[in-house]
Structure formats: structure tokens, C-alpha cells
Design a protein around this ligand. Structure first.
Ligand code: CDP
Ligand code: MG
Length: 686
């Protein structure tokens, strides 16, 4: 990121003047629309009536009344998520059970529930509520509940027929998130079983923002398909002439330039890939904003990403104060799952951060990669919601042409161990026979089963029987290896430490380090560095934070991202409650960090790597070359044998979150047959 000298001197390379407009006017106007109206209780009802879906409401209610399964297609912003559940609620269809609407993302579930509660003029958690991982805002009065798809899948573990629901709405189906894909099978099965058993009827609604129904129609045979025409305004698409080496810099330049050249009232939405980038750009824009002449108006920057606390996220959805322009910097959550009013300019970096699991290499890699054409269209579509808009694609047109048409469903590219364990906990006899809309590759299923066997969660690949340990692991809303770490921490007497480490692992970073403070931060944070690795270092830092009682001054001095650490505290609290409920007493091992690393290695042993002569590492399981991430405290010491939390791919494959482990611990986990496969590192130890 070349951030030093651009406050006034914005490089012309990336300027809009060097972008050219696409010849294809991708999106045509269909209908005009009123201006952006402020959200107040008085005009909410008016706004509801203005949404495209409003005109089809009677048809939609009838469709759900007369069909077991309805597929509703309509583009983002039409009113699917906020309105359809309300129509069904208002038409008394929740008489025999609640209405639940799933979202692949927690932000969407929370913001939409909040919006709908306002539209219904009730407190959030009364008639309308939400449940997401580690947070439940519902009450016995709740009749309409927004949940993450992962939460509904969890609920199905306790009640596979999902009997408390009369209508299940699977929203954002086009995203094909792994949990939604599994839910397709679960709800289809529940609907059939409830019919066979003469129980209360289950209605299923599938909602999608793309107009491709084929998959869904084929899978939900006999489903009734409804289309609601959205409201689109013309969107000009600009491409850059050249490929941008640094899209963060390009985004910064574009956002500032748009701000300088356009009247207030035209807000900007910038798509980036993750928390770190978003926070960096947020701060850069804030800094630059302070130096810009008042005549351009002030800038209100709103970051938006999944792990951002709720009250911060809400800011992106409210109108800016008078005299301000809102610049929202978001991950792909703003693509379809949330609609932000007032956006006229979209800046699209063309990239997305996604996890890809390759069963051949055994690595699940978090990588910034190009989006699909469908995603690029969704992103540009965010500009034309209320009036004609402009989208600046920070890549050349020929790059766009070369993108994949659609994003590959997550189930085909993710590690399946979490969902397979849940399916087995549901009582499925053979996961290979599960009714998947798109089956994952068989080798990926076998790979995941093998991992579950190694974790002691499943008896054997052939028997596919979940063990008692597997059932307990399932109770944690965590990836099975992390749940295994907590269970094993109980044996080693360090649950206190492990729940802290696992909670810390759920956020991208608890630090915010401005680019010009990198060196200083290293010095400040050095005192928490443990030679045993990153996990213990994080633990030491957390303990220091607790000792400082979260003092603001201390946090500022230590580069703490207060929002992120509050999130960690909340998750930690939940994990603690859950452990106690499962009779896992909370014990601390004090300074016996060996126990902590032992517990970590009994869950993460599949992520282990051994140093090679050339200083790189080879993973023990699938023999893949990886390196230590420069941010790791072990970067210079290069120990012989390590476990790691994750692999990120930038210029090469880096292990992130490392701990040194003793080879004897890995033999105990059953990964090695000590006689047959003794890695070099172990030989040198013995
Ligand atoms: O689901 P779909 O994309 O079809 O639309 P929606 O999420 O129901 O949103 C319909 C409209 O409600 C949006 O265009 C916004 O104007 C408004 N809305 C809002 O202002 N705040 C929210 N948190 C959600 C929706
Ligand atoms: Mg929606």
C-alpha cells in the first residue's frame, strides 16, 4: 500500500479519467423511484408500499398458501427478505408454528431483524427476533425469527423435523453457502416426514437474488416459482485501462475522487475483501478527509464486515448527518445480503476472500481471489437501487470477460468435516447418500470422514458412526478440530486458556495497527511474545488485557481493536457457559503452557508441519510445502515441528497462528504409526 504521499497528490494512474466506459449498458432502467427517504417510524409503512414486491404480495401469499414449496426470485432490494416473512405473518400463516428466515451471514440476520422489528413497531426480540452464533435475541412472543443458516442447521440437530416452524424460508439461496445447501436436504426431508406422520404442515420458501431457477426447480420438484420484477436504474460501468497492482490504493484514489467530483447525497460503496483491508482504508480515508476543503462536504466512513459488532454495523444503514457523505467500505456482504440506502457510486476491487479446500493437498486455504461475473453484476447493481448509478470496476474489461460466470457452491470447495459431523449427529447412516442439490466430490467426503475418525468423532469411515466424543464436539458451534481442543483441554486442566485461544481465533485480528505504526507496534507488543508460539503469545496478551481491566488508555497504547476484543470477550463467555453445561469444568493451568500446547495439538494435529533443510516446511499429513507467515512470532526461530491454525495464500502458502509441538504429542494423536512413519524431526529428537 503506497499510502505516504497521496493525501493531496492523488496519482493520476488510477483516476477515473483513465477509465473507459463499457459499451454494453449492462442494466437498463425499468421503473423510476422516489428519492432516498429517511428511516422514521412515520414513513416506514410508506416505504414498504414502495417496494417492488408490494405489488405482488397477494399473489405471493396465495402461492405459499396453496403450495408446499415456493421459489421466489427477485433481485436485491426488491423486498424479499424484509417483506415476504411479514406478509406471511400478517396473513396469519404462523398460526401453527413460527416463521424462520435464514441468512448466510450474521450481519444480515441482525440488521434485517432490526429493520423488520421497526417496521412492525415492536422491540427487537418481541414479535420479531434473531438468533446467530453466540447471540439469541428472541422471546416466547417471537413469531418471526431471522437466523443464520448455520443456526438453523444446529437446531435441526435437536429436532430434525424442525417442528416448531410452520414456514421455513431459505434466503439468499443463490449464494449456495454450505449450510444453506445442507439445509435444502434437511428441510425437504422434514417436509416429507411431517406429511407422512400427519404432523403440522411445513411450508418451504426458497428466495434467490439471481433469476436462475433451474437448480432449485429440479431439486424441489413440484415447487411453485414466482418472479418479482425488481427496480433497476441505468448503471454506467467504468473499467480501468490497466490491471491495478494495488487495488487498495486504487480504491482509495477512486473513493476520494468520486467524493471530490460529486454532490453530497450520493453515497459511495467500496467492495474490499476483509477486515484488515477495510480498516486500513477506513483510516486512510478518515485521515485524508480531514485535509480536504469543507466545500466538498465531510466524509463519514462506515466499515462493514461480518465480525464487526452490531452497533457499528448499523451505522452503514442509517443516513449520514447533514453535510456528510457516507463512504461504506464492505466485504462481499453488501453484494446481496444487505441493502444499503443512498448508494450511487460503487467501487469494485474485483476480489473476494474465500476459503478453498483441496482434498488432494489437504489444505484449506484462505485466499483473496477474483470474483465471478455474477458477483461483479451484483456489486454494480448496488449502485442503481434508487436512481441511475455508476460502478467503477478497478480492473480492465477484458479481466471481467475472463471471470467465471458463477461462483462455485461452497459445498464443492470447502472442508466438509463440520457439516458431515452434524449430518451424522442427525442420525444419517451414510453421508454419501445424503440428498445434496450438488454433491460434493466423493474424495472430499472421504477426506472429511477420515479427519473425523482421526479426531475421534466418528468410529470408522465404513461404519460412519458418531462417537460420544463426536456428539459433544457437535454441541460446540465450532469447527470440529477446535471443539476437540476444548475437550482435550479439560483433560489437561487448561479449559480456561483454550476457550480464550479459541475465542481469539474467531476474529481476524484483535489489533488495529496503522500502516505507519508497524515498527512501533512490534516493539510495544514484543513483551508479550512467547518463544512457544503465536497461540501462547495471544494468551499472554489477553491476560495482560484482563489485568489492565480493558483500560482504554492501555488499549490505545497497545493497538487494541476494542470492537474486536469485545467480540472475543462475548464469544469467550458463551464458550465458557457451553463448557459448563457440558460438565466440562473450567480449569486454569497457570503458567504450564505445555498443557495448552498439548491440548491444541490434540485438535490441530492435522495441521502440522516439519521444517525442511531449505527452511521451508512440509505438512505431515499430505506433504505440502508451506512457510511461516512473517507475522508469526516463530518467523525467525523456525522450529523443527509446528502446528498451525490456518493457511493463507498471498505470494505463497503461509501458515498463520503457530505453536511449537513435541513430536511425542503427535504420535499420541494417532496421526503416525511410530514404527512406520517417523518424520525427520522426530528422528532428530530421539
Ligand atoms: O431481500 P431483498 O434484497 O429483496 O430486499 P430487502 O432486504 O427486503 O430490502 C428491501 C428494502 O428495505 C431495501 O431496499 C432498503 O431500502 C430497505 N431496508 C433498509 O432500509 N434497511 C435494512 N436493514 C433492510 C432493508
Ligand atoms: Mg434479501
Amino acid at each position: 500500500m503506497k499510502a505516504n504521499n497521496q493525501h493531496y497528490n492523488i496519482s493520476k494512474d488510477y483516476s477515473r479519467k483513465r477509465m473507459h466506459q463499457s459499451n454494453t449498458n449492462e442494466i437498463r432502467a425499468k421503473q423510476s423511484n422516489a428519492d432516498n427517504i429517511a428511516v422514521t417510524t412515520e414513513n416506514l409503512q410508506e416505504q414498504r408500499k414502495n417496494l417492488p414486491i408490494y405489488y405482488g404480495r397477494k399473489e405471493l401469499i396465495k402461492a405459499v398458501m396453496h403450495n408446499d414449496t415456493v421459489i421466489l426470485m427477485s433481485e436485491t432490494g426488491s423486498g424479499k427478505t424484509t417483506q415476504l416473512p411479514q406478509y406471511l405473518l400478517e396473513s396469519q400463516m404462523a398460526r401453527f408454528g413460527m416463521i424462520v428466515c435464514t441468512q448466510p451471514r450474521r450481519v444480515a440476520a441482525i440488521t434485517v431483524a432490526d429493520r423488520v422489528a421497526k417496521e412492525k413497531n415492536t422491540l427487537l426480540g418481541d414479535l420479531v427476533g434473531y438468533t446467530v452464533r453466540f447471540e439469541d435475541v428472541t422471546s416466547p412472543k417471537t413469531l418471526l425469527k431471522y437466523v443464520t443458516d448455520g443456526m438453523l442447521l444446529r437446531e435441526s440437530l435437536l429436532d430434525s423435523l424442525l417442528t416448531k416452524y410452520s414456514i421455513i424460508i431459505l434466503d439468499e439461496a443463490h449464494e449456495r453457502s454450505i449450510h444453506t445447501d445442507v439445509l435444502f436436504g434437511i428441510v425437504k426431508h422434514a417436509q416429507l416426514k411431517r406429511k407422512e406422520k400427519n404432523m403440522n404442515k411445513l411450508k418451504i420458501v426458497i428466495m434467490s437474488a439471481t433469476l436462475q431457477a433451474d437448480n432449485f426447480v429440479k431439486y424441489f420438484t413440484g415447487a411453485h416459482v414466482c418472479y418479482v420484477e425488481g427496480r433497476r436504474h441505468p448503471i454506467k460501468i467504468f473499467y480501468t485501462e490497466e490491471i491495478q497492482k494495488d487495488y487498495l490504493h486504487a480504491s482509495l484514489v477512486s473513493a476520494i475522487q468520486i467524493h471530490k467530483e460529486n454532490p453530497l447525497g450520493e453515497d459511495i460503496l467500496v467492495f474490499l475483501t476483509g477486515q484488515e483491508e477495510i480498516e486500513m482504508l477506513t483510516n486512510l480515508i478518515k485521515e485524508i478527509g480531514m485535509f480536504l476543503p469543507e466545500s466538498f462536504g465531510k466524509i463519514l466512513v462506515c466499515p462493514l464486515f461480518a465480525s464487526l459488532p452490531n452497533n457499528e454495523q448499523i451505522k452503514a444503514f442509517t443516513n449520514p448527518p447533514l453535510g456528510y457523505r457516507k463512504i461504506i467500505i464492505s466485504t462481499n456482504i453488501a453484494e446481496t445480503s444487505v441493502t444499503i440506502p443512498g448508494i450511487k457510486h460503487v467501487v469494485d476491487c474485483g476480489m473476494v476472500k474465500a476459503k478453498t479446500h483441496n482434498p488432494t493437498t489437504g489444505l484449506e486455504v484462505l485466499k483473496v481471489q477474483p470474483i465471478s461475473k455474477a458477483q461483479a453484476r451484483q456489486r454494480s447493481g448496488r449502485a442503481g437501487r434508487e436512481c441511475a448509478g455508476i460502478c467503477y470496476r478497478l480492473y480492465p474489461e477484458k479481466t471481467f470477460e475472463a471471470l467465471d460466470d458463477y461462483t462455485v457452491p461452497e459445498i464443492k470447495r470447502c472442508n466438509l468435516r463440520g457439516v458431515l459431523l452434524q449430518l451424522l449427529a442427525l442420525g444419517l447412516k451414510d453421508v454419501l447418500k445424503f440428498d445434496f442439490m450438488d454433491s460434493p466430490p466423493q474424495c472430499a467426503i472421504e477426506y472429511a470422514l477420515n479427519q473425523l475418525v482421526m479426531l475421534g468423532a466418528v468410529e470408522s469411515i465404513n461404519a460412519q458412526k458418531i462417537t460420544e466424543k463426536g456428539k459433544t464436539m457437535c454441541a460446540f458451534p465450532l469447527d470440529p478440530p477446535l471443539a476437540a481442543c476444548i475437550l482435550s483441554a479439560h483433560e489437561y486442566g487448561c479449559t480456561e486458556e483454550l476457550i480464550t485461544i479459541v475465542a481469539l481465533m474467531t476474529v481476524e485480528s484483535i489489533f488495529y495497527i496503522p500502516p505507519n505504526q508497524r515498527e512501533r507496534s512490534k516493539k510495544v507488543l514484543a513483551k508479550f511474545t512467547s518463544t512457544e508460539g503465536d497461540h501462547i503469545s495471544m494468551l499472554l496478551f489477553f491476560r495482560a488485557y484482563k489485568q489492565a481491566k480493558g483500560n482504554i488508555q492501555w488499549c490505545v497504547e497497545h493497538f487494541v481493536n476494542i470492537k474486536a476484543i469485545k467480540n472475543v470477550l462475548q464469544i469467550r463467555h458463551q464458550l465458557r457457559d457451553l463448557s459448563l453445561r457440558l460438565n466440562l469444568s473450567i480449569k486454569s493451568c497457570g503458567a504450564d503452557y505445555n498443557s495448552v500446547r498439548k491440548a491444541l495439538s490434540s485438535g490441530l494435529f492435522m495441521n502440522s508441519a516439519e521444517r525442511q533443510i531449505d527452511g521451508t516446511y512440509l505438512t505431515l499429513l499430505q506433504k505440502q510445502t508451506v512457510s511461516i507467515h512473517p507475522s508469526s512470532v516463530l518467523f525467525n526461530s523456525k522450529p523443527a515441528l509446528v502446528i498451525f491454525s490456518e493457511v493463507v495464500h498471498t505470494s505463497k502458502r503461509y501458515m498463520r497462528g503457530l505453536s511449537i509441538v513435541d513430536p511425542s504429542w503427535l504420535i499420541k494423536t494417532g496421526l503416525f504409526d511410530a514404527n512406520k512413519l517417523i518424520p525427520n524431526a522426530i528422528q532428530t529428537f530421539f
